[in-house]
Write a protein that binds this ligand. Sequence first.
Ligand SMILES: Cc1cc2nc3c(=O)[nH]c(=O)nc-3n(C[C@H](O)[C@H](O)[C@H](O)COP(=O)(O)OP(=O)(O)OC[C@H]3O[C@@H](n4cnc5c(N)ncnc54)[C@H](O)[C@@H]3O)c2cc1C
Length: 372
Amino acid sequence: MEKGKYDVVIVGAGPGGVAAGIRAAEAGMSYVILEKGKGVFQGVIDSFPRGKAVYPTIPKGVDKPFPIQCLEPPKDKVPVEKYIDQIEKAVQSQKLNIVYNESFENLEEGGDGYVVKTEDNDYAAKNVILAFGSNIPNDLGIYGEAKAVARKLDNLEEYIWLTALVIGGGNAAADIVAALSKAKREAVSPMPVYWAHRKEMFRINKDTARDLGEELLLGGQIRILQGAIPKIGEVDAEGIDRLYLYQTPNRDKHNDVFMYQGMSFPMKNVIACIGSQGPAEVFNQLNLKQVAREGGSGKSGSASDLLLLLDESLQTNRKGVYAIGGAISPSIMEIQEDGAFQQKKHPNLIYTAIEDGVIAMDGVIASGQAGG
Ligand SMILES: Cc1cc2nc3c(=O)[nH]c(=O)nc-3n(C[C@H](O)[C@H](O)[C@H](O)COP(=O)(O)OP(=O)(O)OC[C@H]3O[C@@H](n4cnc5c(N)ncnc54)[C@H](O)[C@@H]3O)c2cc1C
């Protein structure tokens, strides 16, 4: 069904999309936010472990406060559920125009702008802001993992009475390790949480590290496996899908023998949290220009080597189409004034997504592509 024409259609009601919607409402523009989930901040609800503290992190080197105060996570790091309550209240009090259970599928040229297509409806728009985050989890590349290995912590209780293995070296994995350890400690479960990363160094931010340290001091049973590489998936003699993890081999220089130290876990005990792929394929399908990153893997056309080309308002090569937030993290290719491209870091944080929503909407206003 054809819906009315909007100055701007925003795809995704996460921190970026909601910020853009608030800014559009303030500027008196006609707008709609399309969200595939059933509630606001569905992406956060789906990806944060239950009870996880939300950090109001401001990127390094930035000294400006959150650009939209009602979306700022409280300084005292409240659990995600409480933060979602705050956001629901803000959305209600601002009477934001969000349509839920509406999943974006495509973008076509039409009239003097675009037609945003969902499964059942067409929305005509002068401008489009893509704020659909980045939630396509990476695979371990292990036989059998797709059906057996979890990508996020859906049900914490399931892991309390078994030895859990969390794989991944970043904040998302660390949050899950801390949440599991706390739940096990409170239930007085003797079963530890193993935390494995293929590298020696774990890359986590200060707040997450502090929570993990506190958890260890309180008696949390966290066993760290550095240089641990998931190698094989196999069904054992009892029919259990298992994942084998090997730590970096010691090589016996004299006779070319490798000595491995390994462990095996039932796949149902494993949560793999090894990052997500940017939506490069979706951008490609939408004909949005992407450019090879500096120092990429060199495999031509590899999606992970491509960065979206954006101007300073976060506008893509298609006039009036903007991309923001998690969807364009962790890096973008920015067009400079002289037309050259420059690779720029773009941290995947609530702050950044909110700031992007404001920048993109101010770009829409400045372009004059809104209103009557
Ligand atoms: C485990 C974990 C912990 C984190 N902890 C913190 C933290 O403490 N502090 C912090 O600052 N950041 C944290 N982050 C990062 C933060 O969640 C993201 O930076 C932020 O959510 C990005 O906002 P966004 O609006 O760009 O994307 P998202 O929050 O992903 O929102 C995108 C929205 O778009 C919707 N959507 C997706 N596809 C479609 C479609 N086709 N059609 C319509 N809607 C669609 C999704 O349902 C979702 O609601 C954490 C991330 C994870 C994974």
